[in-house]
Design a protein around this ligand. Sequence first.
Ligand code: PRP
Ligand code: MN
Ligand code: MG
Length: 185
Amino acid sequence: IADVRDDIDHELVSTTQIHDKIAAVAARVSKDYRDHNILLVAVLKGAINTMAAFSQALSIPAQMDFMSISSYGSGTVSSGSITIRQDLSTDVKGRHVLIVEDIVDSGRTLDWLVKELKRRGAASVEVFALLEKPSRRETDVDVKYKGYDIPDEFVVGFGLDYDERFRNLDSIAVLKAEVYQGEQA
Ligand code: PRP
Ligand code: MN
Ligand code: MG
């Protein structure tokens, strides 16, 4: 029987580390937004697990919406252009939005989304990203709530995919090199 861990080389962030960090950020956010009506916007598909865990770790009431955008396609290198696969159903005008992301790599996805939500009239736009690769940043988009900084390795799990696989892994991990073999970088 195939196991989701079969192609994992090593774990980078454990399930416990993920949930501890999410709880710490949720406590900060619950305090910072105690006087605001917060709207969480998760960036699908990668942020699905982070959104589920984070929203339940908040102590304040929170509304949630989802936008499916992609910059990567099936490979490990960002295509650089953003595609909206599915838009929000909420009007963000006048809302205090907190974007929930799994990872900031080049920062292009977030840079585009922050500008787009401000363009739509959001009262404020802040970002929570569970992971960040500082060495890969190409934009100066401000991430107010950060989880873990990680090295420039392609990671999967807790929502992050390689070619739509491994999103259901419960930790953040690096795949065996042979899994990527044949890909044109
Ligand atoms: C991944 C990841 C972030 C984005 C980060 O999404 O989930 O949203 O790339 O990269 P960037 O900082 O270079 O823009 P992807 O495009 O793979 O779509 P997915 O979330 O559906 O997997
Ligand atoms: Mn994504
Ligand atoms: Mg992806």
